[in-house]
Design a binder for this molecule. Structure first.
Ligand code: FAD
Length: 429
């Protein structure tokens, strides 16, 4: 069977890998020059390994990703880096029940209540469906108390979700607490190397990867075969014929390239929404954090930065020419003025927080860059299960497998790999 796959992020790569393994004739189209999608990496001069444009790690229970890595013999590094919360101008380790119970900024009774609720309702509760009709913003303060909510969770929720914060479903929070593991995993030499390794196996299995080529139209022909129309970076156009096509793009991009889809079908996905993301990567001569924190969640209202991640407190700096790598991460709407700000203006905005954490950091900057992703995080409102786009589409042999179908878990490369494997199975049925 001739199968076309649009997108060489981890969903497309995984679908391509499992289909070519079964001997199908697969072609993957990718607009970027390399595979990896949102987890793509880049390499500065002198670095031994590429680095993700946007911070990435796995939890050690991200089984689909870890199993695929094992299958293609890609080494996975497992470590237990430190995660902390920044509260009232100070960092506190916050990555275990013990660190939660010893956190000094809340009365013991509030901490016991929070730990008990998190354990019963999130960590050990498999019944996420009963949480679908509840909002984080109204339920968590009742469950754990106003004080703990306002101090720790409300600032993070608002800083991440912006205008959507009030309406995010409790299932999203459940997934984040349930899935978290103290130890984290990372593919050897990063996610780009892992993506390339999967692409290599696709090629060994006689699949074709076509990079720097954007699909701009997908048509169903009278005999139910499919035509994919592409444009390369020089504007050269080409047409390809397939028996089946898997689209891994966000839903709104799928709707844009398939003109035969009816308005009624398009209207079904009106409620879907998402956030963009920016990540500034600082290359420093010296460590940023004094206490070896890897992940620092900022619990401050109106913080200019959501999260500060010192990647080299997780992955050895020897991979990056002994530089210390720090991500400054934010989610925002792609129409937000900060989404397109240049790196100098952004650093000026971030500086007010950064100097509080490390007054010396500026002296140690080697260089810095900003990366942007237009569709980075689906918004999960109440009863999301009712608005998830299905895999099948009105075009008989066209299938959709994308981030907006990942639920109840929060999207991630592990679920992209799982989605790719599942869609490969289901199109063969
Ligand atoms: C800031 C940030 C942090 C994250 N942190 C983590 C983390 O720690 N761990 C984790 O596992 N996941 C993390 N994720 C999520 C993870 O990156 C995604 O869930 C996953 O990569 C999605 O894969 P995908 O293949 O479904 O989609 P994508 O990666 O979006 O792939 C879609 C592909 O389609 C291509 N494309 C788009 N339009 C066209 C077209 N018309 N023609 C051809 N190609 C096209 C794109 O270039 C892209 O390569 C993070 C994401 C972000 C943004």
């Amino acid at each position: 069977m001739k199968i076309g796959i649009i997108g060489a992020g981890f969903t497309g790569l995984s679908a391509g890998y499992y289909l070519t393994k079964l001997g199908h004739d697969v072609t993957i189209f990718e607009k970027d020059p390399q595979p990896g999608g949102l987890a793509i990496g880049y390499r500065e001069k002198g670095w031994q390994s590429p680095l993700e444009e946007h911070y990435h790690h796995w939890f050690i229970n991200d089984n689909s990703a870890i199993e695929l890595a094992k299958e293609i013999e890609h080494e996975v590094i497992i470590k237990t880096p430190k995660s902390s919360f920044y509260v009232n101008g100070k960092s506190y380790q916050f990555d275990s029940p013990f660190s939660m119970l010893t956190f000094p900024k809340l009365p013991l009774i509030d901490k016991i209540r929070m730990a008990a609720i998190f354990a019963i309702l999130f960590r050990f509760n498999p019944f996420w469906k009963i949480l679908e009709g509840f909002k984080i913003a109204t339920t968590i303060p009742i469950l754990i108390g106003e004080k703990a909510y306002k101090l720790l969770w409300e600032p993070q929720l608002i800083n991440k979700m912006g205008e959507y914060a009030k309406n995010i479903s409790l299932v999203w929070f459940w997934a984040r607490i349930k899935k978290r593991t103290k130890s984290l995993a990372y593919p050897r030499d990063g996610f780009l190397s892992f993506a390339k390794h999967i692409a290599k196996h696709i090629a060994i299995n006689k699949g074709e990867m076509i990079y720097k080529t954007e699909v701009y139209k997908l048509l169903e022909n009278n005999n139910k075969s499919l035509s994919i129309f592409t444009k390369d970076r020089h504007g050269r156009e080409k047409k390809f014929l397939f028996d089946k096509v898997i689209v891994t793009l966000p839903t709104h991009l799928f709707l844009n390239i398939a003109p035969q889809l009816s308005q009624a079908y398009k209207n079904l996905f009106e409620p879907l929404d998402g956030l963009a993301a920016t990540n500034m990567v600082l290359r420093l001569r010296k460590p940023f954090f004094k206490d070896k924190t890897y992940w620092l969640s900022i619990c401050e209202a109106n913080s200019p930065i959501l999260v500060v991640i010192e990647h080299t407190n997780f992955i050895d700096k020897k991979h990056y020419n002994d530089e210390h790598i720090v991500y400054l991460g934010n989610y925002l709407k792609s129409t937000d003025k900060n989404f397109i700000k240049n790196k100098e203006d952004l650093l000026q905005i971030y500086d007010s927080l950064l100097i509080k954490i490390n007054p010396e950091y500026k002296k140690n900057i080697i260089d810095y860059r900003v990366f942007r992703a237009y569709f980075a995080q689906p918004i999960i409102p109440l009863n999301y299960s009712k608005i998830i786009p299905p895999n099948t589409t009105p075009l008989q042999n066209v299938f959709l497998a994308n981030m907006q179908q990942v639920y109840p878990w929060d999207r991630g490369t592990n679920y992209a790999i799982e989605a790719g494997k599942n869609i490969a199975r289901s199109i063969l049925r």
